[in-house]
Every structure is written in structure tokens, then in C-alpha cells.
Design a protein around this ligand. Structure first.
Ligand SMILES: *Cc1c(COP(=O)(O)O)cnc(C)c1O
Length: 357
């Protein structure tokens, strides 16, 4: 049975977007392809409030995490950790031989500018990683405030942002906030099928990459930039996904960016209110995510059984992430093209299955 996905990726993809992928194949060195990428380019820049380049890679988001940390660190990276996905960036750094330290807060807590300031002031760091929305704990970090601190006190530090579960679901003003790399994959808030990764890249990040000798091949920003100027990519792009992205960006801009951000906040508010009434919220109230809510399983139900029952009714939620949080929490994603009505329907089904009143 078809299940509507209330999981933090892949998310529900509308039929119109699925259909857009079936447009005829074109050669990636053709004018038709450049026209397609050229149509996508300014729309992506609008979503990220930037005039700087936004690159497209056939990859998942993790690929771009690797590519960006590898080509921006000359000295040492400071990795901020508040859950499983932010910890991944430390693992990626180590796996690539990139010098890095991590600063960690308790799961459910967020990263504050004060924490970043204290850590940056202690070491000789030239890169900071921030996970905008930590999908394992349902924490949204105060990215704008963190960036403001860094731009003021550590102006040469390159800020790398994993916005995989936030981009296109929450406002990120790339230029105004002074960010350097903001990356995402398309199977989360973009509500596209998986396989495409997106990154806005600043002048500062490009300048840094110029100084890094072994910056890798596939994700090399400088090589990418050469092709970007012709609305192409160095390697074969995911053409069908670009068709879908082009359609989806038209729909996103037709909805209106502020309307899109507000719809995510409204959905989040509905789920939070329900969670406070029947359970408890896992994260600190100061850092609640607009795109995914992590709920404490205070009733000790079997989350796996609940999901089985939901499956029979055509929906799917997520168990807690990893051995630390599985069955102790569960996650309801409210991202992408889901609506308040969808979320209300889901919560009604859960209440019905569990006999909550
Ligand atoms: C899903 C997710 C990732 C991993 O993205 P992939 O596209 O699966 O590589 C990384 N970071 C965050 C915050 C995520 O939610």
C-alpha cells in the first residue's frame, strides 16, 4: 500500500513533480541542457537569497559534506555536534585526513553563538561546521546568530552549513547572513526524489579552495565554477532530477517563499501542541525545529507497532534515530509539500490507533 511519508527524508513527492522527471532525455553538452540548468539557476538563488553560485551535483548530501570540508580546510576545522548528523561531519573530516576538533552539547540542546565563540577563541580554526537542522534530535540551531558572531569576530573563518533537512523548508539568507557553503540534498524539504545535491558557495569559500592543494576531484568547486558559467556541470548531471527540480522551483516560487516558511512553522506548531498534550518534546524548547519534531515516548508505546498500524492506514513516521533514541523517541517530519491538513490527518490516525482523546 502507498504510504504518505512523514519521515525526514525521503519526503512525499507530488505526482506533478514525479511526472516532470519523464521528459525526454537530452545530452548534457547540448543547448537544451544549458537552458534547463540556466532556468533552475536563478530560482535556486532566490530560494537561498543569494547572488552567488549555487552548484548542483549528482550526489546525496553526504557527498557534498565530504567535498566541502575537504576543499576549505587549510588549518583545522571546528565541528559543532548536537546529534547524529552533526557528528557525521567529524567522521567525514577524520576519514579524509582533515584536521578537526569537535565541540559537543547534550542531545536535545542546540549550538549557541556563545559555545561557538568559546571554542573558536581557543584554537587556530579556519573552518566551522554547523548543522542547521539536526534531524536526529529535532533541533534547529540559531544559524543567523552564529554566523553574525563568526563574521564579526572571526571574519576569515569559512562557515560550512549542513542544511539538508532545512533548505527550502526554512528561511536561510545566504548572502545577508554571511555564510560560505550551505548544502542540501533534494529528498527532504525540496520534496524531490533523492539523487541530487545543492550547494550555495561564497566568494570566500572559492578563494579558500584555491589555496587547498588536494581538494578532491568530483566536488572541486573551482572546476564546477568553470562549467557553471556555461550552465553545465563537469560530470554528467542528474538530468531527470533537474526537470523535477525546475518544476518544483516554479511551484515553490508560486506558493511564495514566505508562505512556504510559514506553512512549515504552522505544521510544526500543530505537531508541537499535540506532542505537549499527549507526550513531551525531546529538544529544549529554545531550539525546536520547524521541519521535524522529535517526540519523547513518555507513554512507553511500541513505536514500531504504531508505525505498522499507520502503514495499514497509508502513512509512515520515523522511529528515534540510532540506538540512543530508538523507541525512546519518535519523529514526525513536517517538511516539503505536506500541508497542515496532512499533519492533522496523521495526528488523528495516531490518536485513533492509540486511543488518545
Ligand atoms: C538526511 C541528512 C543528511 C544525509 O543526507 P544524504 O542526502 O542522505 O546524504 C545529512 N544531514 C542531515 C541534517 C540530514 O537530515
Amino acid at each position: 500500500m502507498y504510504k504518505k511519508l512523514f519521515i525526514p527524508g525521503p519526503t512525499h513527492v507530488r505526482d506533478e513533480v514525479l511526472a516532470a522527471q519523464t521528459a525526454p532525455m537530452i545530452g548534457h553538452r547540448s543547448k537544451d541542457y544549458s537552458d534547463l540548468q540556466g532556468a533552475v539557476r536563478p530560482k535556486l538563488q532566490k530560494v537561498l537569497y543569494t547572488e552567488q553560485p549555487v552548484f548542483l551535483y549528482a550526489s546525496s548530501g553526504t557527498g557534498l559534506m565530504e567535498g566541502s570540508i575537504r576543499q576549505t580546510v587549510l588549518k583545522r576545522a571546528l565541528v559543532t555536534v548536537c546529534g547524529a548528523f552533526s557528528a557525521r561531519w567529524y567522521e567525514v573530516a577524520v576519514a579524509n585526513g582533515v584536521p578537526a576538533d569537535s565541540v559537543e552539547v547534550e542531545w536535545g540542546q542546540g549550538i549557541t553563538p556563545e559555545i561557538v565563540d568559546a571554542a573558536l577563541s581557543k584554537g587556530d580554526y579556519d573552518v566551522l561546521t554547523v548543522t542547521f537542522n539536526e534531524t536526529s534530535t529535532g533541533v534547529m540551531n540559531p544559524l543567523k546568530d552564529i554566523a553574525a558572531l563568526v563574521r564579526e569576530k572571526y571574519p576569515d573563518t569559512v562557515i560550512l552549513v549542513d542544511a539538508v533537512s532545512g533548505m527550502a523548508g526554512a528561511k536561510i539568507e545566504f548572502d545577508a547572513w554571511g555564510l560560505d557553503v550551505v548544502l542540501a540534498s533534494t529528498q527532504k524539504c525540496f520534496a524531490l526524489p533523492p539523487g541530487l545535491a545543492v550547494a550555495a558557495v561564497s566568494e570566500r569559500a572559492l578563494k579558500r579552495a584555491e589555496q587547498v592543494p588536494n581538494r578532491g576531484y568530483y566536488f572541486d568547486f573551482l572546476n564546477m565554477l568553470k562549467y557553471y558559467k556555461k550552465d553545465q556541470t563537469p560530470a554528467t548531471p542528474a538530468v531527470s532530477l533537474l526537470y523535477a527540480l525546475n518544476q518544483q522551483l516554479d511551484d515553490i516560487l508560486a506558493e511564495g517563499l514566505d508562505n512556504r516558511w510559514n506553512r512549515h512553522i504552522e505544521m510544526a506548531n500543530v505537531v508541537r501542541e499535540w506532542a505537549r498534550k499527549y507526550w513531551a518534546l525531546f529538544p529544549d524548547e529554545r531550539f525546536l525545529s520547524n521541519t521535524v519534531t522529535t517526540v519523547k515516548n513518555t507513554r512507553g508505546i511500541s513505536v514500531a507497532d504504531l508505525n505498522k498500524a499507520l502503514g495499514e492506514r497509508g502513512a509512515m513516521i520515523s522511529n528515534g534515530y540510532g540506538s540512543k533514541l530508538r523507541e525512546k523517541t519518535f519523529r514526525i517530519a513536517h517538511m516539503g509539500d505536506l500541508t497542515v491538513a496532512d499533519v492533522n490527518w496523521l495526528l488523528g490516525q495516531i490518536n485513533d490507533i492509540l486511543g488518545l482523546e
